[in-house]
Ligand binder design. Structure first.
Ligand code: DGP
Length: 114
């Protein structure tokens, strides 16, 4: 989708600090980090919100979690702890409408989230 920021990142039309890329997923640092480690893991294919997931996407979603786990180790936050978040729609705080998994860590994260 031409007007989607993350599709433009996938197409290399918008630069990013890319950490991992494979055929279906890329992971890059969030432009506005909320923690010392704040990485976004996104599918290359456009999926607008978690509400739009289909049964066929289950492998893709599983791969996103495994990449987050791998990155948590690389960032050395696997033992200290981290959080993984999908925001969905307005009340969930979603601002970019191409699904993305946030990986946050490197500081004590409060609960419940604001
Ligand atoms: P959310 O609020 O869950 O939709 O998170 C969107 C995140 O995307 C937010 O933390 C900021 C990040 N973001 C928005 N635009 C860009 C961009 O152009 N580059 C990068 N690296 N991150 C972006």
């Amino acid at each position: 989708m031409n007007d989607c920021i993350f599709c433009n990142i996938v197409n290399n039309d918008i630069p990013c600090e890319k950490l991992i890329e494979n055929d279906s997923i890329i992971a890059f640092r969030d432009i506005n980090p909320q923690a010392p480690t704040h990485i976004l893991i996104i599918p290359k294919k456009h999926i607008t919100t978690i509400n739009d997931l289909k049964p066929d996407d289950s492998t893709l979603i599983g791969e996103m979690f495994l990449i987050a786990k791998q990155l948590a180790k690389i960032e050395n936050i696997n033992n200290s702890g981290f959080r993984m978040v999908f925001n969905c729609n307005k009340d969930g705080g979603q601002t970019v409408f191409h699904i993305h998994l946030h990986l946050l860590g490197g500081r004590k994260l409060s609960w419940p989230p604001g």
